[in-house]
Design a protein around this ligand. Structure first.
Ligand code: GUN
Length: 288
């Protein structure tokens, strides 16, 4: 068997076009376009690239994009004040603070300063809690939602499947495990203390690799025919490398996402979807 390579770039492009059409209809109906505000604190080059890509994708979809760039020496209270000002702006529908933040800043406090009603990333504890409660969530973190959309649009059966998630981060591992449970998969979450990781992974019909260790998931970890979703994006020698060793996994898996061009483009498409959902809710019942 050779895996079907899931083209995340093409799927993300189709979703961005769907969103652009919905935004255009909104504007034709006399409404202002959705407005996303982003805080980029400091000079991390990878974060600057991600934010530039978010801005470009937003504007191409017709979404208004405002960037705030406080210095890397900002204090927690300065960032909290900035978040408060943005969140109180009635013209802003959705906002996010790009992570990671500089070390001196209390990231948990900042994530809670983004109100749930304007939380374009879905990282607010209330929104994560809604996901944990199995409730229909208005916003869901972009990367996990992107993984689910890739599975669905590729025709991978989810209900009743065995899913294994490697990595338990708040941004990816935990929320993707909740989404899989909510979609009726039987889910195991693995981490650095898991015994016989390869053996556990080999039980997976759906394997989500979100560890941040380039090439760690080799063919030995994969059940024949499994869907393997690679969330890793580690820079190695100037190129992005995933967590999956494509050369040994591709001959065994049923489906595989490449890096780059798999999950990455989906994260931004899902951010745009969250922004549109927040704008609709905000206009129906203005939080501010
Ligand atoms: N850093 C890496 N991924 C993300 C993301 O999805 N959102 C934010 N805010 N920061 C990130």
């Amino acid at each position: 068997m050779t895996a079907t390579i899931i083209d995340g770039s093409a799927i993300a492009k189709a979703i961005r076009a769907e969103i652009a059409a919905e935004v255009a209809a909104m504007v034709e109906g006399g409404e202002a376009p959705p407005h996303l505000a982003v805080v980029l604190c400091g000079n991390d080059p990878a974060s600057a690239t991600y934010v530039r890509n978010k801005g470009r994708a937003a504007e191409r979809a017709g979404i208004r994009f405002t960037l705030h760039t406080p210095g890397g020496d900002s204090t927690t209270s300065e960032i909290l004040d900035l978040c408060a000002r943005i969140s109180e702006d009635p013209d802003v529908d959705g906002m996010l603070v790009q992570l990671p933040l500089p070390r001196q800043i209390d990231s948990a406090a900042v994530l809670e300063a983004v109100p749930a009603a304007k939380d374009a990333d879905g990282f607010h504890p209330l929104n994560l809690g809604r996901l944990a409660a199995g409730a229909a969530a208005r916003v869901v973190p972009g990367t996990p939602l992107g993984c689910m959309e890739l599975l669905r649009r590729s025709g991978v059966p989810i209900a009743g499947s065995r899913a294994v998630v490697v990595g338990r981060s708040v941004i990816v591992g935990r929320p993707v495990a909740l989404l899989l449970v909510n979609a009726d998969a039987t889910v195991t979450v693995c981490h650095s203390k898991t015994r016989d990781l390869a053996g556990v992974c080999r039980e997976a019909d759906i394997l989500i690799a979100a560890i941040g260790r380039p090439g760690m998931i080799t063919g030995e970890y994969v059940k024949p025919g499994a869907a393997v979703i690679d969330v890793g994006t580690s820079p190695v020698d100037g190129q992005l490398r995933g967590d999956v060793d494509r050369a040994s996994v591709e001959p065994i898996a049923g489906w595989l996402t490449p890096v780059p061009g798999g999950v990455g483009p989906m994260t931004i498409a899902m951010l745009l979807r969250n922004t549109l959902a927040l704008a609709r809710a905000h206009r129906a019942a203005p939080a501010r």
